[in-house]
Design a protein around this ligand. Structure first.
Ligand SMILES: Nc1ncnc2c1ncn2[C@@H]1O[C@H](COP(=O)(O)OP(=O)(O)OP(=O)(O)O)[C@@H](O)[C@H]1O
Length: 284
């Protein structure tokens, strides 16, 4: 049982946006997808969710081709947070969240739906005031958390639990505290048995929370593996053109990447950075 991309390419506007991708998302894991702007991450998510059809290749959802599922069947198996989260209608935040259960196959008695809605709002740290606020009047971070609550509300208790949760930059508008909390929430969803894919730009969130990281560049999957192994200083420099220092936490509890600046910085401007780097290394 998994969500598998096999030899998937996507061509649009005369360009290969995704090039022969093999990737799987397994129940119980948090997979971070990272890569520079325009590297194909959101396109990948749209293909995995069934929103876009690949130009070639196959997608298998629990052993069956994705296009053999009806939209209603798909909505019971996977939930999706896309990058675009604007709502143009004058809906309250609560009305937007309830849309997450509007599919025929997701209908439940009102009392159960209310419990799911309240639980989802609680998980994303939104209260009664936010619920009743018109969506367009919410702050950017509140809109993003409402949309995440809409994704969470699609999920029910076993046996109707979603198998796969696909999140495109869920922390993009969030403050640093909430960025961590969203990743903790994503980890919990994974530890309850779901396969969770999260597109991220913060390499340190990937290092800290992901079980695996898939790195895209120019439409190609460059690496996929344990974040600690994949995200070396050299690799990050090569893919993101970003100089970093990798600093280990004590007692082998992972590490984080200290960003120093774009690799285009002239060597002569790096003397102070080299001193910081040396000092760190001496301390550790
Ligand atoms: N339908 C399309 N027609 C033409 N070009 C497209 C189409 N869809 C995506 N692209 C292009 O494909 C590239 C990858 O887009 P995508 O949104 O997948 O990148 P991304 O890695 O998610 O970027 P970001 O980090 O900026 O969100 C971009 O250059 C985009 O303009």
């Amino acid at each position: 049982m998994s969500l598998v991309l096999s030899d998937v390419s996507f061509i649009a506007g005369g360009r290969k946006i995704l090039d022969k991708i093999y990737l799987d998302l397994n129940p119980g894991e948090l997979l971070a997808v990272i890569g520079p702007n325009g590297s194909g991450k959101s396109t990948l998510l749209k293909i995995l969710s069934g929103e876009l059809k690949p130009s070639s290749g196959h997608i298998l959802l629990d052993g069956k081709s994705l296009d053999q599922y009806s939209p209603a069947e798909l909505s019971m198996r996977r939930s999706v947070l896309s990058q675009e989260s604007e709502v143009r209608f004058p809906f309250t935040s609560e009305e937007v969240v309830r849309l997450g259960r509007s599919g025929d196959t997701l209908r439940v008695p009102k009392q159960i739906e209310d419990t799911l809605v309240n639980r989802s709002f609680f998980k994303v740290d939104l209260d009664e005031r936010h619920k009743q606020t018109l969506f367009p009047l919410l702050s950017g971070g509140e809109k993003q958390r409402s949309q995440l609550a809409r994704v969470l509300v699609q999920d029910a208790d076993p046996p109707n639990r979603q198998r796969y949760v696909l999140l495109d930059e869920p922390g993009a508008s969030l403050d640093p505290n909430r960025q961590h909390r969203i990743l903790i929430l994503a980890s919990e969803l994974a530890s309850e048995g779901r396969g969770v894919l999260v597109i991220l730009h913060d390499l340190n969130l990937a290092l800290r929370y992901a079980d695996r990281v898939a790195v895209f560049n120019d439409g190609k999957l460059k690496e996929c593996g344990k974040p600690e192994q994949v995200l070396s200083e050299n690799f990050v420099n090569k893919i993101f053109k970003l100089r970093t220092i990798k600093i280990p936490f004590p007692e082998g509890k992972g590490s984080f990447l200290l960003p120093l600046g774009p690799s285009e910085i002239e060597e002569s401007n790096l003397s102070h950075i080299k001193i910081i780097q040396e000092n760190f290394r001496k301390k550790i």
